[in-house]
Design a protein around this ligand. Structure first.
Ligand code: ATP
Ligand code: MG
Length: 588
């Protein structure tokens, strides 16, 4: 189909980067075996994420460097050095042993972003357990489902969360043997059938020999965002750490003196792979904000903590854009040298906003819960193409595929053709299964390819462009329309903060394009504005692709990981059942 390009040409002003790594040369020289050599490893070919991230640093020159700085909601600041973290993880591993929890058992963590969460995740890994961090905002039902399909043996949570959400479902948690409660007020907890986390930690030894896990041994369970349906539990192994190391270096440009802020919660894979593992591997100091999004506080954190590398999501960027430019002008970010985004397509407008307001363009990158780490990125050393996800990282082979002969997919060699995005299987962080869903896991593969479920195209320069999820693509009068392209054009209009686009069934054309938009500060919904937006979209996209209907909304429904849930916009529009909404953000 004819495609109106929304993309301005990438000028070389969109090249950030003091630490330039030659993209082509690195790709040629790279192998996953070499990445493994950059890790310490344990005797006998063993590999343990906790050893690589914490234990080995605590015995070396990084001992006293800050691993984490926690910014409490009450303004309190709590610092943990690499040595502190090593001690806490040893204590927690000993606590597990003291409760007869053995290698391979599953530990779930349900807390806010407090130090105990980080100690439990890394301590659990150190003890050879598989760990699953959950969003603390989950209600009782999603908690029960996840613990049951993940066969949780241990749950670390806070007293308040336990009383509010877990106590009443405790009887349904058939595999759960121990609940450890973190006190909310620094005292000790006294709740029947639970242990006090603090008391056990204080009594435990601070010496623990890291379990020499095999690279293919289960380490982390992460549930997908539930954007397209019921969340799937992806299984990840210790060997994934090689991917976290390489991607932390090549996609995020992490170096030991950085102050890094990944805004994601560990309940979403981004908050674990890049909120915990990758920065620790590189000896970086990470900022952890215990609070939720707040435009003013976020600018203040960037400024006051002198953040050098920032990893966030389009939803946060759009909210900062929505808050208006005045707020940003109160702060300066001279230390900031690299900004990246993940989770949804980053509209070209947002890339330019970064350049204007933060002083740096934003580097979009693409990956999924299933891939465990970043796969495609606007890498530091190359020009950003606004609206593009970038190019495959060293060690990653990506392709556009289509149905081929014998039921297998075949690679589309010509550039600029839309098809399913696929990755050559075998990178270390690739999922090793979905919990309780072998059948769905098998469907992820076709021959040597892992199929992502996303549609994209590759341009002649090797950059990949997101078109939409296979489930979200709109078929209108013989055209295939990706929602992202329409949303990006709407966002170019000064009034629009956010847009979500769906296909609405129509007898004549199959589906018509319908958009939901929320407005920036200072704009009010009106018939005149609706007409203006319709005309703007028509002018940019042509009549076949532009929305026929636009509704105004104060906010769009979003997952906890910050993704617009188009399936919910659609279900609501059509009066259909909403399906699994366990990951829906409150009030959406
Ligand atoms: P579910 O699989 O349950 O529907 P989900 O796919 O949203 O949820 P995640 O694994 O958190 O769960 O998200 C991965 C998906 O997010 C990708 O498959 C892609 O659709 C989208 N995504 C992530 N990063 C980008 C990006 N930079 N550009 C476009 N899409 C992205
Ligand atoms: Mg998915």
């Amino acid at each position: 189909m004819e495609r109106t390009s929304i993309i301005r040409k990438a000028p070389s002003e969109l090249r950030t980067q003091p630490n330039l790594v030659d993209y082509e040369a690195t790709r040629r020289a790279f192998s996953w075996d070499l990445a493994r050599e950059a890790l310490a490893g344990l005797p006998g070919g063993a590999l343990n994420i906790a050893y690589e991230t914490v234990v080995r640093h605590a015995g070396g020159p990084l001992r006293d460097r800050l691993a984490f700085r926690f910014l409490g909601q009450d303004g309190a600041v709590r610092d943990l050095s690499y040595a502190d973290l090593a001690e806490l993880t040893a204590r927690f591993a000993n606590v597990l042993r003291g409760l007869d929890v053995v290698r391979g058992e599953r530990v779930f963590v349900l807390t806010g972003r407090i130090p105990e969460l980080y100690a439990a995740v890394l301590g659990g890994l150190r003890a050879g357990c598989a760990v699953s961090p959950l969003f603390s905002a989950f209600g009782p039902e999603p908690i029960a489902t996840r613990l049951n399909i993940g066969q949780g043996a241990v749950l670390v949570t806070t007293e308040l969360l336990y009383q509010r959400k877990v106590a009443k479902i405790r009887g349904e948690l058939t595999t759960l043997r121990h609940v450890l409660l973190v006190s909310d007020d620094g005292t000790t907890t006294e709740v029947p059938d639970t242990h006090d986390f603090g008391r056990l930690m204080a009594a435990a030894s601070d010496d623990f020999p890291t379990v020499p896990t095999r690279p293919d041994e289960l380490a982390l369970l992460h549930f997908t965002s539930g954007t397209t349906g019921t969340p799937k539990g992806a299984m990840h192994v210790h060997g994934a750490v090689a991917t976290h190391w390489a991607t932390g270096l090549y996609a995020l440009d992490l170096h030991p003196n950085d102050v890094f802020w990944c805004t994601a919660d560990p309940g979403w894979v981004t908050g674990t792979s890049y909120g915990i593992i990758a920065p620790l591997l590189h000896g970086v100091t990470s900022i952890v904000d215990e609070g939720d999004f707040d435009a003013e506080r976020w600018y203040r954190i960037l400024h006051e903590q002198k953040v050098t590398v920032w990893y966030t999501a389009p939803t946060a960027i759009r909210m900062l854009m929505k808050a208006g430019p005045e707020l940003a002008k109160r702060y300066e970010f001279p230390q900031l040298r690299f900004v990246a985004s993940v989770g949804e397509p980053l509209n070209p407008e947002a890339v330019w906003w970064g350049k204007e307001v933060l002083g740096l363009p934003i580097h979009d990158n693409w990956w999924q819960t299933e891939t465990g780490g970043i796969m495609i990125a606007n890498v530091p050393a190359l020009d950003i193409k606004p609206g593009s996800m970038g190019r495959p990282l060293p060690g990653v082979e990506a392709a556009i595929v289509r149905e081929g002969k014998d039921g297998l997919v075949e690679v589309v060699d010509e550039p600029d053709v839309e098809g399913e995005l696929a990755l050559l299987r075998g990178w270390p962080a690739m999922l090793r299964g979905y919990l309780n869903n072998e059948e769905r896991y098998r469907k992820c593969f076709s021959g040597v390819w892992y199929l992502t479920g996303d549609l994209a195209r590759r341009d002649a320069d090797g950059y990949f462009w997101f078109v939409g999820r296979k489930d979200d693509v709109i078929k209108s009068a013989g055209h295939l329309i990706g929602p992202f392209e329409v949303e990006s054009v709407l966002m170019e209009h000064p009034a629009v903060a956010e847009a979500g686009v769906i296909g609405k069934p129509d007898e004549m054309v199959g589906e018509i394009v319908k958009a939901f938009v929320s407005l920036k500060k200072g704009y009010e919904p009106s018939e005149a504005l609706r007409m203006e937006l319709l005309a703007h979209a028509r002018r940019k996209l042509g009549a076949a692709v532009a929305p026929k209907e636009i509704d105004f909304a104060t906010t769009l429904p979003r997952t906890r990981s910050g993704k617009i849930m188009r399936r919910l916009l659609k279900a609501r529009e059509l009066g259909l059942p909403e399906g699994d909404t366990s990951t829906l953000e409150a009030g959406a």
